[in-house]
Design a protein around this ligand. Structure first.
Ligand SMILES: Nc1nc2c(ncn2[C@@H]2O[C@H](COP(=O)(O)OP(=O)(O)OP(=O)(O)O)[C@@H](O)[C@H]2O)c(=O)[nH]1
Ligand SMILES: [Mg+2]
Length: 303
């Protein structure tokens, strides 16, 4: 039953169907039947790759290579596949960092509505099924009803939660770390506020949480996970820049990959920020989370 999350490659193929059309199929169809890739075809390739949210710089780099190396239509598929795998692997291709001999703290950050709280619920459930003892800190003390929403997820996942209405998030995290240490939890997941109306306050709050963690549980911060909504594509990246620039983000969770044509943004994030995607959200249910496997992702795009 613990393989319940290891969706097979057919499922991943279904998830990336639309992305695959924009990113790969349209391009390959356009050049098929030609002997060479001329300027018109290159323009078409460029337009499609930009539409697929790869990021302009990366797209220009790819089309330059196609031109310089005189890639033939029959070799375009292998060329793109290789390039995509290289970019993803350069950013890193590993699971979330986890040390079984200590408490593992994960901060979950990102803009409003990206899917942070949902991801925490799914991740708590996944980790519980892996046999880990999981505590959640309700660090979003800002948005009304945020803590109730998190509590529902915690119950579903069989995880415990530390929450306090209306006190500051660093105080919640302080109390959660104390509980986690006293009661030997393996994992502490920290939900955070996503509001961007006041960037300064948001970042100050995250820095305070960080200071509390470094003092009370030095060396225990395993990952700072940036949650991005795949539907926002490149826009999501620009909105999340505030996090990339001011807190030490170590990995990305790409949510709402189900049904979007903008899944190419995973490549954009890898290219622009050398940020590995380690988790993907593929639906609204608790089991709709997968470890990201870059080779399987690229294979699914081209299958
Ligand atoms: N289809 C789909 N929907 C998702 C996924 N992840 C989250 N959602 C939906 O996205 C919406 C926002 O999710 P939340 O988890 O509340 O987002 P948040 O980042 O915590 O939002 P704030 O607390 O307001 O900053 C909810 O309706 C979720 O059901 C996913 O992988 N697929
Ligand atoms: Mg939330």
């Amino acid at each position: 039953m613990f393989n319940f999350f290891k969706k097979n490659s057919d499922d991943l193929k279904t998830v990336v169907t639309k992305t695959s059309e924009t990113l790969v199929k349209n391009i390959l169809n356009f050049v098929s039947g030609s002997d060479e890739i001329d300027e018109l075809a290159l323009e078409e390739i460029e337009t499609n790759l930009i539409k697929a949210d790869l990021g302009v710089d990366f797209v220009v780099e790819l089309t330059d290579k196609i031109r310089e190396r005189k890639i033939k239509p029959s070799n375009l598929k292998d060329f793109l596949k290789e390039e995509f795998k290289t970019i993803l692997n350069e950013a890193g291709n590993s699971a979330l960092k986890y040390d079984e001999n200590r408490l593992n703290i994960y901060y979950v950050v990102g803009i409003n509505g990206a899917g942070k709280t949902t991801l925490i619920g799914k991740l708590a459930n996944k980790m519980r099924l892996e046999g880990k003892k999981v505590l959640i800190a309700a660090g979003d003390t800002f948005r009304a009803a945020a803590e109730e929403q998190l509590e529902v997820w915690a119950q579903r996942a069989g995880a415990d939660i530390v929450r306090h209405d209306k006190i500051d998030s660093a105080a919640v995290v302080y109390e959660a770390i104390e509980k986690a240490q006293n009661e030997n939890y393996n994992v502490l997941l920290v939900d955070t506020a996503g509001r961007l109306q006041n960037k300064f306050n948001l970042i100050e709050e995250l820095k305070k949480i960080r200071a509390v963690t470094d003092k009370k549980a030095p060396g225990c911060l395993s990952e700072t996970i940036l949650v991005l909504d795949a539907n926002l594509g490149q826009n999501g990246i620009s909105q999340a820049k505030v996090f990339l620039e001011s807190v030490n983000v170590t990995s990305c969770a790409m949510t709402k990959l189900d049904g979007t044509a903008k899944g190419g943004v995973i490549l954009g994030v890898a290219k622009e920020f050398k940020l590995p995607t380690k988790l993907i959200g593929v639906g609204e249910k608790i089991e709709d989370i997968q470890d990201f496997d870059s080779n399987a992702f690229v294979d699914a795009l081209f299958s």
